[in-house]
Write a protein that binds this ligand. Sequence first.
Ligand code: ADP
Ligand code: LRH
Length: 451
Amino acid sequence: MRFTAVDLGASSGRVMRAEVTADRVELVEVHRFPNRPVTVAGTLHWDVLALYQDMLEGLRKAGEADSIGIDSWAVDYGLLDDRGGLIGNPVHYRDARTARYTERLGADGYQVNGLQFLPFNTLYQLLESRLGHAETLLMIPDLLTYWLTGVKGAELTNASTTGLFDVRGRDWARPLIAELGLPMRIFPEISVPGTVVGPLNADVGREVGHGGVVTRVASHDTASAVVAVPAQTPGFAYISCGTWSLVGVELDEPVLTGDSMAANFTNEAGVDGTIRYLRNVMGLWILQECMRVWGESDLDGLLRAAALAEPYRMVIDPDDPGFLPPGDMPARIDAYCARTGQPSPGSRAQAVRCILESLALAYRRAVGDAARLSGREIEVVHIVGGGARNALLCQLTADATGLPVVAGPVEAAALGNVLVQARAMGLAADPRELVRRSQPLRTYHPGGGLG
Ligand code: ADP
Ligand code: LRH
């Protein structure tokens, strides 16, 4: 059967055409486009109409499929008025409007939502939003789904990133929503991944040149990526490695202990009743921003130079809040090093080395914490997403964790998106097995070197 996956990451979006048979899944990228935020009147926004336009372009190129699924980064949303019109442009989670939230609100109960504190969790954004005539809140993939089909609704995995979700009841946390003074009316009914939404609107069909049906997938990109982790045993940790690095384990039950809250671990909902127990590590964002500031586009060249730079000359804490907003990352790294009595990198190669080594150390901490807090023994680390192409980072991670690292698939979120659709249509009963059979994977051993 044929499927189309729309996968919107913070740095780029892509539309993939997929063919799924009983024992294979093959992906072809038909359209890739940058995801460029726009600052208007001092507020950082997503360019959601450009994303919509690119999605349509991708659907046109992909041709007709048995089903279409959409996933994107989490936490952000659009608000609709009583006529279904978008009120304002969705704000980017890196906008400064929530910077004043530096710790969990009293009412934001970890016991209920199980969510790590991040200043941009939907709930803090909503406290800064004007909700006056808002009738419906739609998370980004749900908003795009609405524009394609006319159907409003919420999807479980992404709802679980809002902070307004009851992780045990797997539904909106109504008492918490009331306690925060947010209107319950704006939160649509939640559906599980694999729910068929409905056909494309006729006008959309005319624009893309074909019809089709939209299925809700695990619409949080990280949840889709975890579906496509080619794990063979329960003893695995994953790093969904793109703009962010989401580091954790898959569990059957949330961990809501005080230790878990103190370690800032999150319990996000996964498919089939699973919990994605993980920590957000700042990720390749720091490198992306360095490259933007340097005006450098040759990532391969930078990584080759970084492989030859001096090991562990300086380290940063990638999760330092100073690295969250867009800006002059090289200067922030210098300032961090000066503050902590370390030399400045002094060259691009050394700065990249510093970022990758610091990420590898943060991964070691997060994998160790996930194992300790969940009681799960870890034998292997899977790196999926764009970062799986970074051999130096994968090797540094194997060295730092002392565990074998299996890298790939690179397009894990799009694959997970497709596999959830395929399963809803009676194919892909074991998604991970299909990924193992069809995707190139590379294993890095601790101390193995880059060879
Ligand atoms: P997101 O979905 O969050 O936008 P991706 O999963 O697309 O992120 O990953 C983007 C990251 O992948 C980039 O920041 C870059 O560091 C890394 N990457 C992409 N291509 C390569 C490559 N050829 N070699 C090494 N790293 C790469
Ligand atoms: C990764 C991601 C992550 C969220 C962040 C906002 O793309 O969805 O899981 O925490 O973006």
